[in-house]
Design a protein around this ligand. Structure first.
Ligand code: GCO
Length: 315
């Protein structure tokens, strides 16, 4: 289905990514002559718009949208083979960024292709972020492959479930390294490039367990609590240097991370009952928050943890 969306300038359009069609449309009660809409299934309607349509557009200028686009920016999204990371990588590309995607054991070619289909450049990287050297290498490879690093999304993470009394030393160490130490290291490495340039955006994927203790996931809760604190610690030092460090705390999302919860009828019911929105979140639900925190629209936002949870925390 075609959904025409207007943008004020051609800056949003990657001509190679879209097929244009002429379509009559009535906008805000006025009949516009024609609009161009995206017909490529891959680019979907979200890329939207064309210089011609912008020139004919008689309505508001939508100038604020210029602050949300990421044209000319480069990003690294860790853990983007699927789930939230894949949705964020594609969303950043749709907003105009070139994106390095990453998987823990295999470079995620499928996500890379989705990013390229939008019209962005992309490279696919692999490596366990629980390893300090890998963190340094991922930032280096992003800079080498895409020219620089403007945006870092610390999304990679794992979860291990067992009662706190039995939670193994191995689970504790692994989860803390992958979910917390990697955020410290990747932020340091990417941040050095950003500080040298005087601009950059770092987005950490926190959790509702940044605020709450959870059940049978003590290492995960400790790590995600730490991610919230690291977000504020870095933001305090880097805010005046043009680098924004913020976090997104997703609610209960339909991803691998929550598969065990969704397969447990009682937990699944209890969780759903507490979500005011009346549904679990989908990966795409965090896309808008990620684009916002990656863009100049959030330049005065520092150390914030943006909860995207269907209202869970309000209950
Ligand atoms: C759990 C945890 C995690 C997330 C949750 C909310 O699995 O027990 O609650 O799944 O932290 O999705 O962010």
């Amino acid at each position: 289905m075609l959904k025409p969306i207007h943008f004020p300038s051609a800056a949003f359009v990657r001509p190679e990514a879209v097929t244009l069609q002429v379509k009559p449309l009535t906008v805000a009660g006025r009949s516009a002559q024609v609009v161009f809409s995206v017909s490529s299934a891959q680019a979907r309607a979200r890329v939207g718009g064309a210089a011609g349509a912008a020139a004919r557009w008689k309505g508001p200028e939508f100038l604020i949208l210029d602050h949300f686009h990421l044209k000319g920016k480069t990003a690294l999204v860790t853990g983007s083979s699927r789930g939230l990371g894949a949705a964020i990588a594609v969303a950043l590309a749709e907003a105009g960024a070139d994106v390095a995607v990453h998987g823990s054991s295999i470079a995620p070619e499928a996500t890379r292709q989705k990013v390229v289909a939008v019209g962005a450049q992309s490279i696919a990287l692999a490596g366990d972020v629980g390893d300090a050297e890998v963190c340094a290498r991922l930032v280096e490879e992003t800079v080498r492959g895409l020219g620089t690093i403007d945006i870092l999304v610390n999304n990679a993470g794992i979860i291990r479930r067992s009662p706190a009394a039995e939670h193994s030393e191995e689970d504790w160490k692994t989860v803390i390294e992958v979910n917390l130490s990697s955020v410290f290291r990747l932020t340091q490495h990417a941040g050095r490039h950003m500080l040298a340039r005087g601009s950059g955006k770092i987005i950490n994927i926190a959790s509702l367990l940044t605020f709450q203790g959870g059940i049978t996931v003590p290492s995960y809760a400790a790590a995600k609590g730490g991610v919230g604190q690291l977000t504020k610690a870095f933001a305090n030092e880097w805010a005046a240097k043009g680098v924004n460090v913020n976090a997104i705390a997703p609610g209960y999302m339909e991803t691998d991370n929550t598969e065990a919860l969704r397969n447990n009828p009682e937990r699944a019911r209890q969780i759903l009952e507490r979500i005011p929105a009346g549904r679990w979140g989908m990966p795409e639900d965090v896309a808008g928050a990620a684009v916002y925190l990656a863009s100049s629209a959030s330049d005065y936002v520092h150390g914030h943890i943006l909860v995207v949870d269907g209202g869970w925390m309000n209950r």
